[in-house]
Ligand binder design. Structure first.
Ligand code: NAI
Length: 510
């Protein structure tokens, strides 16, 4: 269903199912619900226009309705072509009080199974704000949001690339020479930018000028922000939500521990117990992934480039090896590195017959899908959406028989959101509480300080203060029946910290 400029989702008829799921998720998201209670009366986001680019799931629906409960206007797209839960998208468009015939909710542009062109069109849609305040008006002009809530940095990237072209007075070319074939997103982005620049030669500059900042959800997006800041190209302040302890040490680890096996089970239903699982990367996501496989009784092999993380994996009891030495042994291969070219064609062809291959890092460049597709005689069979069997016509490098196959999940895109429904609500309540606090911090910084010299945030990347990180954790203790021990006054004095926290110095690593 579609109303141009207002929404584009699979079907508004799914809204009722979505609303029930949102209602149950609210019960599991005590952090977000507590923030609604605390900040609802004062409306700290009144006047905020938030462009959100983050997996359009049931949990994200609770985040969106928390932002609107605090006064914000919101437009939303997913940050991955496969991650939308169509019921959640429909419920958000319809709104809690609307009906499919009379949608009263938030503009959403997202459905499961977008093409890359559609994906970037949706990302552009969240950045175009109706000028007359009537979200139903199809005549969307080049007004913009004043905040971005990003996951992976694609909305931020679109604005930055657009501004770069406008400043250079250049028109993006179709393809960039020397760019590997599989980075087709870049070519699609250029097509969106070209069209936008033809419509309005200063659109992106106007949007960037209106932006007070961005809060970024994930490791890969944060990495992009620090690169922009270091190059002196960051156009507005950024809050790194990922590196709140209550985000990366929870979502990336415990979230993955839940949603990785969920994705594998829904996709394949292949027993993990007794099998060998190869996990590339032992950062926060890799730690959760390895633990999930171990919990199922698999023997886990980890690969790492960082000696500290490799040593951690070894001390945690995992074999640490190079892919080329164990490629013929494993039944499951999962990439968690946020890096490119981790599973290459030479590895894919050397795997066991019917090995399961998937990525859970943010982008799809961890596995060389283009190289796989280009192999002579290789065939791709769709078992069901987001599950494909690739059959090899030729023998493998060490005599693997022609006719063998591997199972690739979500076409190499993050499989926990492509094959399942991503992380569960409780862990996302932690991540999204940080998002809400970050959005408030950026917005109030400008609203409450007319004089820019008094503002806290400049064009740089910031983390939230530890005391707020501890607050997010605190909001989730009651639901788990946790009784926290309180410092006595003399214990606090002995340690030299306040009774009410923060309890750790900035350099503490948890
Ligand atoms: P991290 O930086 O903590 O861990 C990545 C690890 O991979 C590092 O220890 C690094 O040394 C290692 N690595 C890099 N190149 C490698 C290579 N060629 N071979 C083996 N190891 C290599 O990052 P984190 O937080 O674990 O995130 C990883 C990715 O997952 C990022 O893209 C992030 O955005 C994404 N992510 C995905 C989630 C999901 O729901 N699917 C949730 C959270 C993060």
């Amino acid at each position: 269903d579609e109303q141009p400029g207002r929404y584009k989702v699979r079907s508004l008829a799914l809204a009722e199912s979505g609303r029930h799921q949102i209602r149950l998720a609210e019960h599991e998201m005590p952090g977000l619900m507590a923030l609604r209670e605390e900040f609802g009366p004062t409306q700290p986001l009144a006047g905020a226009r938030i462009a959100g680019s983050l997996h359009m799931t049931v949990q994200t629906a609770v985040l969106i309705e928390t932002l609107t409960a605090l006064g914000a206007e919101v437009r939303w797209a997913s940050c991955n072509i496969f991650s939308t839960q169509d019921e959640a998208a429909a419920a958000i468009v319809v709104g809690p009080d609307g009906t499919p015939d009379d949608p009263q909710g938030v503009p959403v542009f997202a459905w499961k199974g977008e093409s890359l062109e559609e994906y970037w069109d949706c990302t552009e849609q969240i950045l175009l704000w109706p000028t007359d305040g009537d979200a139903g008006d199809a005549a969307v002009a080049s007004a913009g949001p004043n905040l971005i809530l990003d996951d992976g940095g694609d909305a931020t990237l679109l604005v930055h690339q657009g501004v770069a072209y406008e400043r250079a007075g250049a028109v993006p070319s179709d393809t960039r020479p020397g760019e590997p074939d599989h980075s087709d997103e870049s070519n699609v982005v250029r097509a969106v930018l070209r069209r936008a620049l033809q419509a309005d030669p200063l659109r992106w500059t106007a949007i960037a000028d209106g932006l007070l900042g961005v809060t970024e959800e994930t490791t890969t997006g944060v990495h992009r922000l620090y690169q922009l800041a270091e190059a002196g190209q960051l156009l507005f302040p950024a809050i790194n939500v990922n590196d709140s302890v209550t985000k990366s040490k929870f979502d990336n680890k415990y979230g993955i521990r839940h949603s990785l096996p969920d994705g594998i089970n829904r996709a394949t239903d292949i027993l993990m117990g007794g099998k060998v699982a190869f996990v590339a990367g032992y950062g926060d996501v890799g730690k959760g992934a390895a633990e999930a496989f171990r919990g199922q009784g698999a023997r886990v092999i980890v690969s790492e480039v960082d000696p500290i993380c490799a040593l951690q994996a070894a001390m945690d009891g995992y074999q640490v090896a190079r892919i080329e030495d164990v490629v013929g042994e494993a039944d499951f291969f999962i990439t968690t590195t946020g890096n490119k070219d981790v599973l290459r064609v030479e590895h894919l062809v050397a795997m066991k017959n019917k090995a399961v291959v998937g990525n859970i890092g943010h982008f799809d460049n961890e596995i060389d899908m283009a190289g796989l597709a280009a192999l002579p005689g290789v065939t791709r069979t769709e078992i069901k959406p987001q599950v494909h069997e690739w059959t090899f016509a030729e023998e493998g490098p060490t005599g693997q028989a022609a006719g063998r196959s591997i199972i690739v999940l979500s076409e190499g895109r993050l499989l926990n959101l492509g094959n399942a429904t991503g992380h569960p609500s409780f862990v996302m309540s932690n991540s999204f509480s940080n998002q809400v606090i970050g959005q408030i911090a950026l917005f109030r910084d400008v609203e409450d300080h007319a004089d820019p010299a008094e503002r806290e945030y400049a064009r740089d990347v910031y983390r939230l203060p530890k005391v707020l990180d501890e607050k997010v954790a605190r909001l989730h203790l009651d639901a788990l029946g946790v009784r926290l021990t309180e410092l006595t006054k003399s214990q606090a004095e002995y340690l030299g910290i306040p009774v009410e926290g923060p309890y750790k110095p900035e350099h503490y690593r948890y």
